[in-house]
Design a protein around this ligand. Sequence first.
Ligand code: NDP
Length: 264
Amino acid sequence: MTDRYAVFGHPIAHSKSPQIHAAFARQTGQDMTYEAILAPLDGFADSVTAFIAAGGCGANVTVPFKEEAFRLSSRLSPRAKHAGAVNTLMFDDGILGDNTDGAGLVGDLERNLHCPLAGRRILLLGAGGAARGVIEPLLDQSPAELVIANRTVGRAQELAELFCRGVRACGFDALDTPFDLVINATAASLAGELPPLSPSIFTAETLAYDMMYGRDTPFLSFARTHGAATADGLGMLVEQAAEAFALWRGVRPDTAPVIAALRT
Ligand code: NDP
């Protein structure tokens, strides 16, 4: 029987994950299907249970169910524990919860964008689920500095205290020195908004990275105007999918052709 996988979210019609995993399956010769499932806002656990009963082998989880998936998991990988959220489920004798978002970001930065992180000054904007999921994987690359800035400063401080390891927290108004890498993990781009940033955080050596993908954002446009190189989060999306695929199927797909195909 063909192995079944899915992505659960609400909304879900926009998801590129079925296209990405179909490309990985073709490339690696895996006999599997991957579908998008719209789970009711109050029915995520029931949807997952029904999928398992129907022979599901694993799943991705997206907005707004990542914290619920964390609670639903009977076992957690260390990186899911750190992230406090789960974006990948594997069904065996229980439910294994993993989080591949951070590995996806680091993989995109280092492999696709040739942006080494060791010794670099990194600024992370935002303190929501996406920001929390990438802190530990970023710290594992030994940056010179990691600063978390958020609109609500208290949330950034909570994250800095949770991870320790020299992480500094502040509000946007305290940012006035250049960084090598500025990662926008706020949801501002979703609303077409720009966090109130000083142009002095960007130089010609800065890479400005927006986790949002699919369109140019006010953040990327602002960074470009002030001399920075820019990248969107499409590579992160494909890399986190590859990490999930490798967990499920034991084979790592080549992401470059899939990213190139999605860009056209
Ligand atoms: P959350 O809702 O958990 O967090 C939202 C964060 O954005 C908070 O820090 C919030 O600040 C901040 N924020 C919201 N609006 C504004 C604004 N107008 N100005 C400044 N700050 C603002 O969202 P997520 O963390 O889940 O997602 C964040 C982004 O990351 C989304 O764009 C999402 O699409 C993207 N993402 C991309 C992935 C990829 O694979 N490329 C994977 C995961 C996420 P406050 O605390 O003050 O409310």
